[in-house]
Ligand binder design. Structure first.
Ligand code: SAM
Length: 328
């Protein structure tokens, strides 16, 4: 455990994935409490740099503890990385890390509303300065929208019953506390909350709301195709995901970007010999990496982690690359 309360997942594997050069420039797009940033810094010489991003103001506070001229923190959403690098006058970097999801300090702080293990306000925003809180969403969404969110982002089989229960409950009193929501879910699915929170009937509901409120999947799908143009040839992209919905997007993007002509279906239809076609912007590196049993025993949060790695080739990134991926 780091003194700041978040154990970085797949740390050695991530450092290897980034193929760190001592004088390189690396982006940690999900700073959290800086476990990965600190480890990358420790591998750099005086000319290397780490640019860290996080949208959480608490992460920004934690980043102030790193007093190192090679380190810079920007509070931003990672989809804004191109503008953030431009503001720092950086055209290209040697590696980008996305360690997705939430950090332990976010889950552990009842005031953030991410967990039902302690009572707190149903906020759930990683960036409390933007967008709507979970309580505001639960107050305005109709049963159909609630059902869709719980089903699509939580893969919750009882989505409809839970949605109806939320609508019924809010007719009596606004649903604004974490424990209150957990009790509504437990009653709707006919199970009582158990000691083991990972098995709690509300786990999927909380996951679904968190993903939806923070636009986690849209952020990921928007960001990935913006990264290859920022990487120098040979630069690495390392993405750690924590559930199948995220991993599916990463896997699909890596497959898309490692096709010749960057996956543009219009070019694929042209009657050209393979050798005449522009090569792929990215090349996948190895297979998906999962934590060892040893790591999972020491850090249960690691149990669902998957690390995927890709390397920037020397081939150009097609002009409409991001738009084409969005349309696939
Ligand atoms: C799993 S934690 C990262 C932990 C970090 N690697 C460490 O070792 O401390 C994920 C972090 O990413 C941030 N985050 C998630 N989605 C983001 C986004 N779209 N833009 C910026 N930050 C994001 C969260 O606020 C959280 O602090």
């Amino acid at each position: 455990m780091t003194d700041a309360g978040h154990v970085p997942v797949l740390l050695e594997e991530t450092l290897a994935a980034l193929a760190i050069r001592p004088g390189g420039i690396y982006v940690d797009a999900t700073f959290g409490r800086g476990g990965h940033s600190r480890a990358i810094l420790s591998r750099l010489d005086a000319s290397g740099r780490v640019v860290a991003l996080d949208r959480d103001p608490a992460a920004e506070d934690a980043a102030r503890d790193i007093r190192d001229p090679r380190f810079v923190f920007r509070r931003a959403w990672f989809s804004e990385l191109p503008a953030e690098l431009a503001a720092l006058d950086l055209a290209h970097v040697d590696g980008v890390l996305l360690d997705l999801g939430i950090s332990s300090p976010q889950i552990d702080d009842p005031a953030r509303g991410f967990s039902f293990r302690a009572d707190g306000p149903l906020d759930m925003r990683m960036d409390p300065t933007r967008g709507e809180s979970a309580a505001a969403f639960l107050a305005r969404a109709d049963a159909r929208e609630l059902t869709e969110v719980l089903r699509d982002y939580g893969e919750e089989r009882s989505a409809q019953s839970i949605a109806r229960a939320i609508v019924a409950a809010r007719a009596v009193a606004p649903v604004v506390r974490t424990r209150q929501l957990a009790a509504i879910v437990a009653q709707a699915v006919g199970t009582r909350p158990r000691g083991d929170w990972s098995q709690d009937p509300a786990t999927r509901t909380f996951q679904a709301l968190r993903i939806f409120i923070n636009r986690e999947l849209a952020e990921l799908a928007l960001t990935l195709p913006r990264l290859p143009p920022l990487l120098s040839p040979g630069g690495r992209l390392a993405v750690i995901s924590f559930h199948s919905l995220e991993d599916r997007i990463v896997k699909r993007f890596f497959a898309f970007a490692s096709q010749p002509f960057g996956g543009d279906p219009r070019l694929a239809r042209l009657p050209l010999p393979a050798a005449a076609l522009p090569g792929a912007p990215l090349a996948r590196v190895g297979r998906a990496i999962r934590p060892s049993a040893h790591e999972v025993a020491a850090n249960p949060r690691a149990r669902s982690a998957t690390l995927r790695i890709a390397e920037r080739t020397g081939h150009p990134v097609p002009a409409r690359f991001a738009a084409t991926f969005a349309g696939t």
